[in-house]
Design a protein around this ligand. Structure first.
Ligand code: KG4
Ligand code: ZN
Length: 336
């Protein structure tokens, strides 16, 4: 049995969790920063890192208290060290390194995006048949993987511009709906007509597994404001709902088609979908009749959390993949 304390601070959530054997989640504490960033309609890196600094120790303390664990009882410390915002990453990585050094326990470095895929398996939610295709759809990523296992995977496609969650957030901003936009558009779309406006679907080349969402976002902007940006039309609630539903239909069509292509190319036996956008009801409904099982995380594990970091860390620990105290944080731009 191995109990791992994991820390997540890659973007704008400070999170810590204690997970046993990569599956049993004893605690999953998240301090969100939505309120701090909402007026800027997006994450402000400097504000995020300052908030992480204030939150990190209380969040770690709370995760231990909820799990009823002392630091000494832990078997290892894990941290999401890539990819993310440098100031945010450094808070979590420094805290994890300090704990690992002080307690003399193994340190495990986890890739945040790959951990989103593991979130489908937390709490015995799903058994995954490999080979699988994994999609991480969030505010920072639209990444498509071919997985032979959770530790043996290749990135096969990613976005050329905006991430799909980012497009949701920007469209919500165009419609003056608030931040983060994904959950708001998801809800509005329930009352809208997905066929009301035919927004473009960008599939790129026939074989491409990459994504592009900036054209779709611009198309919504032109629809709302006119091509010269002069018009400020007052939209009725129904018009707003129709735009939300039509935009969402375009996103879902693209994601579904890319998953279809990837599943065929890699003879996938299951599809894993993680990241904030995996909570989306339109996407979940559209994947219901997919020919192979499509696995989604439980709602609490869709958006950023530390339980998924602890889960993947357990597999890394079992295969001896621990890190030294010289572990570095790796930013988005260092990976791209
Ligand atoms: O995974 P996450 O918490 O953070 C990143 O790693 O980026 O994802 C946050 C993103 C935001 O863009 C948010 O608008 C989107 O996920 N999101 C959703 C939904 N819930 C969150 N998008 C569509 N539908 C949702 N229900
Ligand atoms: Zn994430």
């Amino acid at each position: 049995m191995a109990a791992i304390l994991a820390i997540e601070s890659t973007c704008d959530e400070t999170a810590a969790a204690v997970v046993v054997d990569g599956e049993r989640v004893l605690s999953n504490v998240i301090a969100t920063q939505f309120d701090l960033h909402a007026k800027y309609r997006g994450v402000v890196p400097e504000i995020a890192s300052r908030a992480h600094l204030e939150n990190i120790l209380p969040v770690i303390r709370e995760s231990l208290a909820k799990a009823n664990y002392s630091l000494e009882q832990l078997d290892a410390i894990a941290v999401a060290h890539r990819p993310g915002l440098i100031g945010s990453l450094l808070i979590g990585v420094t805290a994890a390194k300090t704990l690992a050094w002080w307690l003399d326990k193994p340190l495990i470095a986890v890739d945040h995006v790959q951990a989103h895929l593991f979130s489908v398996a937390l709490e015995g939610n799903a058994r995954v048949d490999f080979p699988a295709v994994g999609l991480v759809a969030s505010g920072g990523h639209t990444a498509l993987y071919h997985l032979r296992s959770f530790l043996d995977l290749e990135l096969e496609g990613s976005t050329l511009d905006d991430a799909v969650g980012e497009a949701y957030d920007k469209v919500a901003s165009i419609l003056n709906l608030g931040y983060p936009g994904g959950p708001i558009i998801d809800k509005l779309a329930l009352n809208g007509d997905p066929a009301a406006i035919r927004f473009p679907r960008t599939f790129l080349d026939r074989d491409s597994l990459d994504f592009s969402f900036s054209g779709l976002k611009t198309s919504v902007l032109y629809h709302v404001r006119g091509p010269l940006g002069r018009d400020e039309p007052k939209l009725t609630d129904q018009q707003t709902a129709d735009i939300a539903a039509s935009f969402q239909a375009a996103c879902v069509d693209v994601l579904r088609e890319k998953l279809r292509r990837a599943a065929a190319r890699f003879n996938a036996r299951s599809i894993l979908i993680g990241g904030g956008v995996s909570a989306n009801r339109g996407l979940r409904a559209a994947m219901k009749d997919f020919p192979i099982p499509v696995l989604f995380p439980r709602p609490e594990f869709c958006t950023d959390n530390a339980a998924m970091i602890a889960g993947l860390a357990y597999l890394l620990l079992e295969s001896g993949k621990t890190s030294g105290l010289d572990l570095d944080a790796v930013t988005y731009s260092q990976i791209k």
